[in-house]
Design a protein around this ligand. Sequence first.
Ligand SMILES: [Zn+2]
Length: 510
Amino acid sequence: MFLRTPLRGFGATLAVLTLTLSACAQPGEGTGAQEVAERADDVVAAFAPGDPTLVAGLVPTVYEDTARGVRAEVPVVTTARRMTSAMEVLRERGLREASWDQATDVDITYRVVASGPGTLGIVVVPTWEAESGTTTKPALVWYDAGSKRVHTSPVLIRESAWGDFVDEMTKAADRKIKKDELRAALADEAAPQGTGPMLGFDADGNLIAHFAPGVLARKDSATVRLKADKARPLLSDFGVRAAAASQSPSVFDGAPSPGGGTVAAEPPAEDQSATERVSADPTTRPSTAVGPDCATLNCVALTFDDGPGSETPKLLATLREAKAPATFFQLGQMIKANPEMAKQVASGGHEVGAHSFSHPNLAQVDRARLQKEIVDNASVMEEAYGRKPMVFRPPFGSRNQTVDEIIHSTGAAIIQWEVDTHDWQTRDAGATTEAAVNGKDLQAGSVVLMHDIHPSTIAAAPAIVSGLQGKGVTLVTVSELSLNAESGYRAGRAYCNGTDRAQKGAFCAG
Ligand SMILES: [Zn+2]
């Protein structure tokens, strides 16, 4: 067991700038779980305390992989599917970045910081230990029940007021904070994409900007507080609701705020590459997308079916090397046969979806068999991964109304594909690479079908990943692909791409 570094918050009592000082690790000081809880409490210490019991349908889920020192606790919120998806995306992202760092110990936990009519704010706190030291990268997700969408913190500020917000923040910051570093962080996207702050409120309605360790101070987190009267004129309609939901938390039940004031849909900025956005004019509000903003990036989701099998670890090594995620549609019987490989996939931060228990043609079997293959299999997956899968791919893409209804009952969306590499037919690495990188149907938002049980597919993976990345593609999971789209995935509905364009690929109709 590694020695954790206990963190003690100096709390919100110090006005304007709060530095969280890290003390030297001392053996025997508390249990791991207590220290993780303290660390999470430190991260949200400047915000008004939230109350998870006010969130209807919130159920904590835990994924554990003791062999790799992984424990990840994030909530399912049955009244807010997109928030649940965001929690899953952030959990996977944390696990992924930890695995890139070759972490020896990973803890992920969460705190509810705001709840009220139509409004929910949850912070996910991933922390990991590696040779390079301790990394903590908290991310705050705001959910609006009116639009059923999730956003990062800049959504609290009116787009047109962002320049004024940056000016006010610069004035409010302590002298110890370097202004150029502050402005650079405010121009960047929020975690997990960038170094922008988490924005929330304290009990007096002051706006709190929390910068992760390493952003404004080398090892410590930093907090800048903007007084309520200065912050108020800068807030968006949603920001006003978020302030109320922070100051006086009340019940969130998934219904929209009666007063309306949903987050206005804003068109993506034109022709801006990721690099340009980072160095953008500081008066431009950064994207509010949670994770990769697939409205402006060329996102593609690689998917691998029928595993986990003996070839899977080689594929995982390729993906880790390239810092690329993928989605694995696994068979329950393969998870049971290869539990260690199943953990490797999930602990590597990849998305895991269901592909039935034993791969029958679901449109041709009776109800009892469907129960076993879909509903019972969801429990098999819950046992392995701590929660039921949110995405399901029927074997052969084959489905009918009954199949859809039963998948719907498990809460999963049906994910088909837009690009078929035919890797199972050709069993040829060159042909698989060509189909995945240069396939005629490939476009931004595509889902690409492959199988991680064929050595030829595993052999093709390095060229596929580098080929796509070389074309400027951002590889994402299936859930990342749609997380920030206007219409996200819905349970029991079928999708061939993760965007708002027509679902016209294989077996997507309906
Ligand atoms: Zn299959």
